[in-house]
Design a protein around this ligand. Structure first.
Ligand code: AMO
Length: 438
Protein backbone atom coordinates (compact mmCIF):
# COMPACT_ATOMS: atom_id res chain seq x y z
CA UNK A 1 0.00 0.00 0.00
CA UNK A 2 2.90 2.38 0.78
CA UNK A 3 4.27 2.69 -2.74
CA UNK A 4 6.33 5.78 -1.92
CA UNK A 5 7.58 7.18 1.40
CA UNK A 6 6.75 10.77 2.41
CA UNK A 7 10.21 11.92 3.49
CA UNK A 8 11.95 10.38 0.51
CA UNK A 9 10.18 12.46 -2.15
CA UNK A 10 12.12 15.26 -3.82
CA UNK A 11 12.10 17.53 -6.86
CA UNK A 12 13.33 14.58 -8.91
CA UNK A 13 9.79 13.13 -8.71
CA UNK A 14 8.02 16.26 -10.04
CA UNK A 15 5.33 15.24 -12.54
CA UNK A 16 5.20 11.64 -11.29
CA UNK A 17 2.15 9.91 -9.82
CA UNK A 18 2.57 8.73 -6.26
CA UNK A 19 0.69 6.63 -3.70
CA UNK A 20 1.28 7.46 -0.07
CA UNK A 21 -0.03 6.15 3.23
CA UNK A 22 0.46 7.68 6.64
CA UNK A 23 -0.91 9.75 9.49
CA UNK A 24 -2.55 13.16 9.11
CA UNK A 25 -0.25 15.51 10.99
CA UNK A 26 -2.44 18.58 10.44
CA UNK A 27 -5.20 19.67 8.10
CA UNK A 28 -5.37 23.39 7.34
CA UNK A 29 -8.42 24.78 5.56
CA UNK A 30 -7.79 27.86 3.40
CA UNK A 31 -11.07 29.07 1.97
CA UNK A 32 -12.41 26.26 -0.14
CA UNK A 33 -9.16 24.32 -0.49
CA UNK A 34 -6.97 22.71 2.14
CA UNK A 35 -3.43 21.57 2.89
CA UNK A 36 -2.82 18.31 4.64
CA UNK A 37 0.52 17.42 6.17
CA UNK A 38 1.01 13.68 5.75
CA UNK A 39 3.54 11.88 7.94
CA UNK A 40 5.14 8.46 7.88
CA UNK A 41 8.36 7.34 9.59
CA UNK A 42 10.55 8.93 6.95
CA UNK A 43 9.13 12.44 7.26
CA UNK A 44 6.31 14.81 6.33
CA UNK A 45 5.04 15.96 2.95
CA UNK A 46 2.41 18.59 2.14
CA UNK A 47 -0.66 17.39 0.23
CA UNK A 48 -2.92 19.83 -1.56
CA UNK A 49 -6.69 19.02 -1.52
CA UNK A 50 -8.84 20.73 -4.12
CA UNK A 51 -12.36 22.05 -3.50
CA UNK A 52 -14.05 18.67 -4.08
CA UNK A 53 -11.71 16.69 -1.81
CA UNK A 54 -11.79 19.44 0.82
CA UNK A 55 -15.58 19.38 0.97
CA UNK A 56 -15.54 15.61 1.36
CA UNK A 57 -12.73 15.31 3.90
CA UNK A 58 -12.66 18.52 5.94
CA UNK A 59 -13.89 16.53 8.96
CA UNK A 60 -10.73 14.37 9.08
CA UNK A 61 -9.16 14.45 12.53
CA UNK A 62 -5.45 14.81 13.17
CA UNK A 63 -3.63 11.45 13.49
CA UNK A 64 -6.14 9.61 11.26
CA UNK A 65 -4.53 7.13 8.89
CA UNK A 66 -5.10 7.84 5.21
CA UNK A 67 -4.12 6.61 1.76
CA UNK A 68 -3.52 9.24 -0.90
CA UNK A 69 -2.86 9.15 -4.63
CA UNK A 70 -1.68 12.23 -6.47
CA UNK A 71 0.95 13.96 -8.55
CA UNK A 72 4.17 15.61 -7.32
CA UNK A 73 4.39 19.38 -8.00
CA UNK A 74 7.24 21.79 -7.42
CA UNK A 75 6.31 24.52 -4.95
CA UNK A 76 6.66 28.08 -6.25
CA UNK A 77 10.04 29.64 -5.27
CA UNK A 78 8.46 31.93 -2.65
CA UNK A 79 6.69 29.00 -0.95
CA UNK A 80 9.64 26.64 -0.62
CA UNK A 81 10.02 25.57 3.02
CA UNK A 82 13.74 25.39 3.67
CA UNK A 83 13.28 23.86 7.17
CA UNK A 84 11.37 20.87 5.74
CA UNK A 85 13.06 17.93 4.01
CA UNK A 86 10.34 17.87 1.34
CA UNK A 87 9.87 21.64 1.39
CA UNK A 88 10.44 22.04 -2.36
CA UNK A 89 7.44 19.94 -3.38
CA UNK A 90 3.84 19.17 -2.62
CA UNK A 91 1.42 16.50 -3.74
CA UNK A 92 -1.76 17.46 -5.58
CA UNK A 93 -4.15 14.79 -4.32
CA UNK A 94 -6.27 12.89 -6.86
CA UNK A 95 -7.91 10.64 -4.27
CA UNK A 96 -7.99 10.23 -0.53
CA UNK A 97 -9.17 7.24 1.49
CA UNK A 98 -9.53 7.25 5.26
CA UNK A 99 -8.21 3.92 6.55
CA UNK A 100 -8.77 4.71 10.22
CA UNK A 101 -10.34 7.84 11.69
CA UNK A 102 -8.67 9.09 14.88
CA UNK A 103 -10.76 10.16 17.85
CA UNK A 104 -10.58 13.75 19.04
CA UNK A 105 -9.42 15.30 21.24
CA UNK A 106 -6.10 13.46 21.55
CA UNK A 107 -5.13 12.50 25.10
CA UNK A 108 -1.68 14.14 24.77
CA UNK A 109 -0.20 16.93 22.68
CA UNK A 110 1.76 15.49 19.76
CA UNK A 111 3.78 18.56 18.90
CA UNK A 112 7.53 19.11 19.07
CA UNK A 113 7.04 21.72 21.82
CA UNK A 114 4.47 19.61 23.70
CA UNK A 115 3.47 20.78 27.17
CA UNK A 116 2.20 17.32 28.21
CA UNK A 117 4.17 16.01 31.21
CA UNK A 118 6.46 12.96 30.99
CA UNK A 119 4.15 10.71 33.02
CA UNK A 120 1.17 11.32 30.76
CA UNK A 121 3.35 10.98 27.66
CA UNK A 122 4.50 7.57 28.92
CA UNK A 123 0.88 6.53 29.48
CA UNK A 124 0.37 7.18 25.76
CA UNK A 125 3.85 6.26 24.56
CA UNK A 126 2.56 4.96 21.21
CA UNK A 127 1.24 8.45 20.48
CA UNK A 128 4.27 10.20 21.96
CA UNK A 129 6.47 8.35 19.45
CA UNK A 130 4.66 10.10 16.62
CA UNK A 131 6.79 13.12 17.52
CA UNK A 132 9.96 13.35 15.44
CA UNK A 133 12.17 13.86 18.50
CA UNK A 134 10.96 10.66 20.13
CA UNK A 135 11.29 8.63 16.92
CA UNK A 136 14.84 9.99 16.64
CA UNK A 137 15.72 8.88 20.19
CA UNK A 138 14.63 5.31 19.51
CA UNK A 139 16.30 5.24 16.12
CA UNK A 140 19.60 6.17 17.79
CA UNK A 141 19.03 3.61 20.55
CA UNK A 142 18.36 0.94 17.94
CA UNK A 143 21.67 1.76 16.25
CA UNK A 144 23.54 1.66 19.59
CA UNK A 145 22.11 -1.84 19.96
CA UNK A 146 23.02 -3.04 16.47
CA UNK A 147 26.52 -1.50 16.48
CA UNK A 148 27.08 -3.21 19.84
CA UNK A 149 26.17 -6.55 18.29
CA UNK A 150 28.49 -5.81 15.34
CA UNK A 151 31.34 -4.88 17.65
CA UNK A 152 31.17 -8.05 19.74
CA UNK A 153 30.78 -10.17 16.63
CA UNK A 154 33.91 -8.57 15.13
CA UNK A 155 35.77 -9.15 18.40
CA UNK A 156 34.75 -12.82 18.26
CA UNK A 157 32.51 -12.84 21.31
CA UNK A 158 29.73 -15.42 21.47
CA UNK A 159 26.22 -14.07 22.16
CA UNK A 160 24.51 -15.84 25.06
CA UNK A 161 20.96 -15.62 26.39
CA UNK A 162 20.94 -16.60 30.04
CA UNK A 163 17.81 -17.47 32.08
CA UNK A 164 15.88 -14.66 33.71
CA UNK A 165 13.99 -17.01 36.03
CA UNK A 166 16.60 -17.99 38.58
CA UNK A 167 16.95 -19.51 42.05
CA UNK A 168 18.97 -16.49 43.19
CA UNK A 169 21.84 -14.31 42.03
CA UNK A 170 25.20 -13.20 43.37
CA UNK A 171 24.37 -9.51 43.66
CA UNK A 172 22.64 -8.11 46.75
CA UNK A 173 19.62 -10.28 47.67
CA UNK A 174 17.64 -7.20 48.68
CA UNK A 175 17.35 -6.19 45.03
CA UNK A 176 15.66 -9.40 43.88
CA UNK A 177 12.07 -9.59 42.71
CA UNK A 178 10.69 -12.79 44.22
CA UNK A 179 7.95 -14.62 42.37
CA UNK A 180 6.06 -17.85 43.08
CA UNK A 181 7.38 -20.76 41.05
CA UNK A 182 5.45 -24.06 41.37
CA UNK A 183 5.59 -24.15 45.17
CA UNK A 184 9.05 -22.60 45.28
CA UNK A 185 10.24 -19.01 45.08
CA UNK A 186 12.13 -17.81 42.03
CA UNK A 187 14.03 -14.55 41.50
CA UNK A 188 14.03 -12.45 38.35
CA UNK A 189 17.68 -12.22 37.32
CA UNK A 190 19.30 -9.02 38.61
CA UNK A 191 22.40 -9.71 36.50
CA UNK A 192 23.67 -12.40 34.14
CA UNK A 193 26.80 -12.41 36.33
CA UNK A 194 26.83 -16.13 37.22
CA UNK A 195 26.09 -17.20 33.67
CA UNK A 196 28.54 -14.98 31.86
CA UNK A 197 31.31 -16.30 34.13
CA UNK A 198 30.02 -19.85 33.67
CA UNK A 199 30.23 -19.66 29.88
CA UNK A 200 33.69 -18.11 29.83
CA UNK A 201 34.80 -21.00 32.02
CA UNK A 202 32.90 -23.44 29.78
CA UNK A 203 35.47 -22.79 27.09
CA UNK A 204 33.56 -20.17 25.10
CA UNK A 205 36.19 -17.76 26.49
CA UNK A 206 34.50 -14.54 25.34
CA UNK A 207 30.77 -14.04 25.80
CA UNK A 208 28.33 -11.16 25.78
CA UNK A 209 24.65 -10.73 26.48
CA UNK A 210 22.21 -7.93 25.78
CA UNK A 211 19.12 -8.59 27.83
CA UNK A 212 16.70 -7.53 30.54
CA UNK A 213 17.86 -7.06 34.11
CA UNK A 214 15.49 -6.72 37.05
CA UNK A 215 16.22 -4.75 40.21
CA UNK A 216 13.76 -4.39 43.08
CA UNK A 217 15.16 -0.97 43.97
CA UNK A 218 12.73 1.58 45.32
CA UNK A 219 14.68 4.38 43.67
CA UNK A 220 12.84 7.38 42.33
CA UNK A 221 15.69 8.96 40.40
CA UNK A 222 16.36 10.02 36.83
CA UNK A 223 18.76 7.06 36.36
CA UNK A 224 17.11 4.06 38.00
CA UNK A 225 14.63 1.62 36.52
CA UNK A 226 13.36 -1.65 37.96
CA UNK A 227 13.79 -3.31 34.55
CA UNK A 228 16.58 -2.19 32.26
CA UNK A 229 18.64 -3.58 29.40
CA UNK A 230 22.12 -4.69 30.30
CA UNK A 231 25.05 -5.03 27.92
CA UNK A 232 27.25 -7.53 29.72
CA UNK A 233 30.49 -9.03 28.54
CA UNK A 234 33.01 -11.35 30.10
CA UNK A 235 36.35 -12.62 28.81
CA UNK A 236 38.91 -15.18 29.85
CA UNK A 237 42.70 -15.19 30.07
CA UNK A 238 43.03 -11.55 31.07
CA UNK A 239 46.03 -10.19 32.91
CA UNK A 240 44.13 -7.58 34.86
CA UNK A 241 41.04 -5.38 34.83
CA UNK A 242 43.01 -3.09 32.51
CA UNK A 243 42.29 -5.55 29.66
CA UNK A 244 38.56 -5.03 30.23
CA UNK A 245 38.92 -1.25 30.29
CA UNK A 246 40.92 -1.33 27.05
CA UNK A 247 38.16 -3.30 25.35
CA UNK A 248 35.56 -0.83 26.62
CA UNK A 249 37.60 2.01 25.09
CA UNK A 250 37.63 0.16 21.79
CA UNK A 251 33.90 -0.58 22.10
CA UNK A 252 32.92 3.04 22.78
CA UNK A 253 35.16 4.34 20.07
CA UNK A 254 33.58 1.93 17.56
CA UNK A 255 29.95 2.41 18.56
CA UNK A 256 30.10 6.20 18.81
CA UNK A 257 31.94 6.54 15.48
CA UNK A 258 29.32 4.35 13.82
CA UNK A 259 26.52 6.35 15.47
CA UNK A 260 28.00 9.55 14.02
CA UNK A 261 27.78 7.95 10.57
CA UNK A 262 24.42 6.18 10.78
CA UNK A 263 22.45 8.80 12.76
CA UNK A 264 23.62 12.07 11.18
CA UNK A 265 20.13 13.49 10.65
CA UNK A 266 18.77 12.30 14.01
CA UNK A 267 21.72 13.79 15.93
CA UNK A 268 21.38 17.05 14.06
CA UNK A 269 17.66 17.30 14.85
CA UNK A 270 18.31 16.39 18.49
CA UNK A 271 21.09 18.99 18.68
CA UNK A 272 23.64 16.42 19.88
CA UNK A 273 27.33 16.46 19.02
CA UNK A 274 28.91 13.08 19.79
CA UNK A 275 32.49 13.11 20.96
CA UNK A 276 34.40 9.88 20.53
CA UNK A 277 36.94 8.90 23.18
CA UNK A 278 40.22 7.23 22.31
CA UNK A 279 41.97 7.02 25.66
CA UNK A 280 39.67 7.39 28.67
CA UNK A 281 41.26 9.00 31.74
CA UNK A 282 41.57 6.89 34.89
CA UNK A 283 41.05 8.34 38.34
CA UNK A 284 41.29 6.52 41.66
CA UNK A 285 38.50 7.03 44.14
CA UNK A 286 41.12 8.48 46.50
CA UNK A 287 42.07 11.14 43.91
CA UNK A 288 38.39 11.83 43.22
CA UNK A 289 37.74 12.41 46.94
CA UNK A 290 40.64 14.90 47.02
CA UNK A 291 39.34 16.76 43.95
CA UNK A 292 35.84 16.92 45.40
CA UNK A 293 37.13 18.06 48.80
CA UNK A 294 38.82 21.01 47.10
CA UNK A 295 35.42 21.84 45.60
CA UNK A 296 33.77 21.66 49.02
CA UNK A 297 32.23 18.19 48.74
CA UNK A 298 33.21 15.57 51.30
CA UNK A 299 32.98 11.87 50.39
CA UNK A 300 33.85 9.84 53.52
CA UNK A 301 36.67 7.24 53.31
CA UNK A 302 35.18 3.83 52.24
CA UNK A 303 32.16 5.53 50.68
CA UNK A 304 31.32 5.42 46.98
CA UNK A 305 30.61 8.61 45.03
CA UNK A 306 27.01 9.75 45.20
CA UNK A 307 25.14 11.14 42.18
CA UNK A 308 26.31 14.69 42.89
CA UNK A 309 29.92 13.49 43.27
CA UNK A 310 29.75 11.66 39.93
CA UNK A 311 28.35 14.76 38.27
CA UNK A 312 31.14 16.93 39.67
CA UNK A 313 33.85 14.45 38.62
CA UNK A 314 32.29 14.29 35.15
CA UNK A 315 32.55 18.08 34.86
CA UNK A 316 36.14 18.03 36.19
CA UNK A 317 37.25 15.44 33.62
CA UNK A 318 35.51 17.27 30.80
CA UNK A 319 37.34 20.47 31.67
CA UNK A 320 40.74 18.91 32.33
CA UNK A 321 40.88 16.14 29.69
CA UNK A 322 38.14 17.28 27.26
CA UNK A 323 36.67 13.80 27.66
CA UNK A 324 33.05 12.79 28.39
CA UNK A 325 34.20 9.57 30.08
CA UNK A 326 36.25 8.63 33.12
CA UNK A 327 37.17 5.28 34.68
CA UNK A 328 36.97 5.37 38.46
CA UNK A 329 39.38 2.89 40.06
CA UNK A 330 40.29 1.28 43.40
CA UNK A 331 36.82 0.77 44.81
CA UNK A 332 36.87 -0.25 48.47
CA UNK A 333 36.38 -3.94 49.20
CA UNK A 334 33.59 -3.05 51.64
CA UNK A 335 31.55 -1.58 48.75
CA UNK A 336 32.08 -4.31 46.18
CA UNK A 337 30.65 -7.83 45.82
CA UNK A 338 32.56 -10.90 47.08
CA UNK A 339 33.48 -12.03 43.55
CA UNK A 340 35.71 -9.04 42.76
CA UNK A 341 39.43 -9.79 42.90
CA UNK A 342 41.65 -7.80 45.25
CA UNK A 343 45.22 -6.78 44.44
CA UNK A 344 47.97 -8.68 46.32
CA UNK A 345 49.47 -5.54 47.78
CA UNK A 346 46.31 -3.88 49.10
CA UNK A 347 43.36 -5.97 50.26
CA UNK A 348 41.31 -2.91 51.19
CA UNK A 349 40.47 -2.25 47.52
CA UNK A 350 39.30 -4.29 44.51
CA UNK A 351 40.50 -4.77 40.95
CA UNK A 352 37.34 -3.10 39.76
CA UNK A 353 36.16 0.09 38.15
CA UNK A 354 33.14 2.19 37.34
CA UNK A 355 32.75 4.06 34.08
CA UNK A 356 31.20 7.52 34.33
CA UNK A 357 29.74 9.14 31.18
CA UNK A 358 28.92 12.86 31.35
CA UNK A 359 28.61 12.61 35.12
CA UNK A 360 26.56 9.38 35.39
CA UNK A 361 27.81 5.84 36.06
CA UNK A 362 27.09 3.69 33.03
CA UNK A 363 29.17 0.60 33.84
CA UNK A 364 30.74 -1.49 36.58
CA UNK A 365 33.41 -4.07 35.86
CA UNK A 366 36.16 -6.07 37.50
CA UNK A 367 38.61 -8.88 37.33
CA UNK A 368 36.86 -11.78 39.08
CA UNK A 369 38.40 -13.90 41.81
CA UNK A 370 38.88 -17.26 40.06
CA UNK A 371 40.82 -19.09 42.80
CA UNK A 372 38.25 -21.09 44.77
CA UNK A 373 39.95 -21.00 48.16
CA UNK A 374 40.31 -17.20 48.01
CA UNK A 375 36.74 -16.82 46.73
CA UNK A 376 35.49 -18.90 49.66
CA UNK A 377 37.47 -16.77 52.10
CA UNK A 378 36.09 -13.58 50.50
CA UNK A 379 32.58 -14.95 50.83
CA UNK A 380 33.13 -15.63 54.53
CA UNK A 381 34.42 -12.09 55.04
CA UNK A 382 31.13 -10.83 53.61
CA UNK A 383 29.14 -13.20 55.85
CA UNK A 384 28.12 -15.39 52.88
CA UNK A 385 28.39 -19.13 52.37
CA UNK A 386 29.53 -20.21 48.91
CA UNK A 387 28.29 -23.77 49.47
CA UNK A 388 24.78 -22.26 49.38
CA UNK A 389 25.51 -21.29 45.74
CA UNK A 390 26.67 -24.71 44.49
CA UNK A 391 26.17 -23.94 40.79
CA UNK A 392 28.33 -20.86 41.10
CA UNK A 393 30.95 -22.62 43.28
CA UNK A 394 31.27 -25.48 40.77
CA UNK A 395 32.48 -23.26 37.94
CA UNK A 396 35.73 -22.65 39.85
CA UNK A 397 36.41 -26.36 40.48
CA UNK A 398 37.20 -27.86 37.10
CA UNK A 399 39.63 -25.55 35.35
CA UNK A 400 38.84 -21.87 35.57
CA UNK A 401 40.90 -19.27 33.67
CA UNK A 402 41.55 -15.80 35.07
CA UNK A 403 38.71 -13.68 33.75
CA UNK A 404 36.79 -10.46 34.09
CA UNK A 405 34.00 -8.45 32.58
CA UNK A 406 31.64 -5.57 32.83
CA UNK A 407 27.97 -4.64 32.88
CA UNK A 408 26.86 -1.56 30.97
CA UNK A 409 23.34 -0.14 30.88
CA UNK A 410 21.89 0.44 27.41
CA UNK A 411 19.25 2.83 28.78
CA UNK A 412 21.82 4.93 30.62
CA UNK A 413 24.16 5.00 27.60
CA UNK A 414 21.32 6.24 25.38
CA UNK A 415 20.20 8.81 27.96
CA UNK A 416 23.74 10.19 28.37
CA UNK A 417 24.57 10.08 24.67
CA UNK A 418 21.53 12.21 23.85
CA UNK A 419 21.55 14.35 27.04
CA UNK A 420 17.91 13.47 27.76
CA UNK A 421 18.02 14.26 31.48
CA UNK A 422 15.87 11.29 32.51
CA UNK A 423 16.42 7.59 31.79
CA UNK A 424 12.66 7.21 31.16
CA UNK A 425 13.07 9.23 27.94
CA UNK A 426 15.53 6.60 26.67
CA UNK A 427 13.38 3.49 27.09
CA UNK A 428 10.11 2.78 25.30
CA UNK A 429 8.11 1.63 28.32
CA UNK A 430 9.91 2.31 31.58
CA UNK A 431 9.35 0.24 34.70
CA UNK A 432 9.89 1.94 38.04
CA UNK A 433 8.35 1.53 41.50
CA UNK A 434 5.25 3.44 40.35
CA UNK A 435 4.92 2.25 36.77
CA UNK A 436 3.83 -1.19 35.60
CA UNK A 437 1.70 -0.09 32.61
CA UNK A 438 1.28 0.14 29.70
P1 AMO B 1 25.88 -2.91 38.38
O1 AMO B 1 24.90 -3.30 39.43
O2 AMO B 1 26.72 -1.71 38.69
O3 AMO B 1 26.89 -4.10 38.09
O4 AMO B 1 25.13 -2.67 37.01
C1 AMO B 1 25.85 -2.45 35.81
C2 AMO B 1 25.25 -1.28 35.04
O5 AMO B 1 23.88 -1.49 34.81
C3 AMO B 1 23.18 -0.24 34.83
N1 AMO B 1 22.22 -0.24 35.94
C4 AMO B 1 21.00 0.34 35.88
N2 AMO B 1 20.36 0.98 34.89
C5 AMO B 1 19.11 1.43 35.13
N3 AMO B 1 18.47 1.24 36.30
C6 AMO B 1 19.05 0.59 37.33
N4 AMO B 1 18.38 0.37 38.47
C7 AMO B 1 20.39 0.10 37.14
N5 AMO B 1 21.26 -0.59 37.92
C8 AMO B 1 22.35 -0.77 37.18
C9 AMO B 1 24.22 0.83 35.04
C10 AMO B 1 25.31 0.07 35.75
O6 AMO B 1 26.55 0.69 35.62
N6 AMO B 1 27.34 -7.71 37.78
C11 AMO B 1 27.77 -6.33 37.75
C12 AMO B 1 28.48 -6.01 36.45
C13 AMO B 1 29.84 -6.68 36.30
O7 AMO B 1 30.65 -6.63 37.22
O8 AMO B 1 30.08 -7.25 35.21
C14 AMO B 1 26.56 -5.42 37.89
O9 AMO B 1 25.44 -5.82 37.70
O10 AMO B 1 24.64 1.28 33.77
Amino acid sequence: MQKQRCGELSKAEVGKSVELSGWVDTLRLTGKISFLLLRDRTGIVQVFLDKVLTEKFQHIKAQSVVHITGVVHARPENQVKADMKTGEIEIAAASLEVLSMAEAPLPIEITEDTTTGLDKRLDYRFLDIRRQKVTDIFTVRSFVYSHTVNFFTKEKFIAIQSPKLTASGVESGAEEFKIPYFGKTASLAQSPQIYKQMFVVSGLERVYEIGPIFRAEKSHTTRHLTEFVGIDFEMGFIESEEDIMKLIEKYLSYVLTEIQKSCKEELQRLGVVVSVPTKIPRLSLREARKILKEKGKIIPEHEDLDAEGERMIGAYVKEKYKCDFVFMLDYPWTKRPFYHMRPEKDKSVTKSFDLVYKGVEIATGAQREHRLEILEAQCKEKGLDLTKMPFYRDIFRYGCPPHGGVGLGLDRITERLLDLGNIREAILLPRDPERLTP
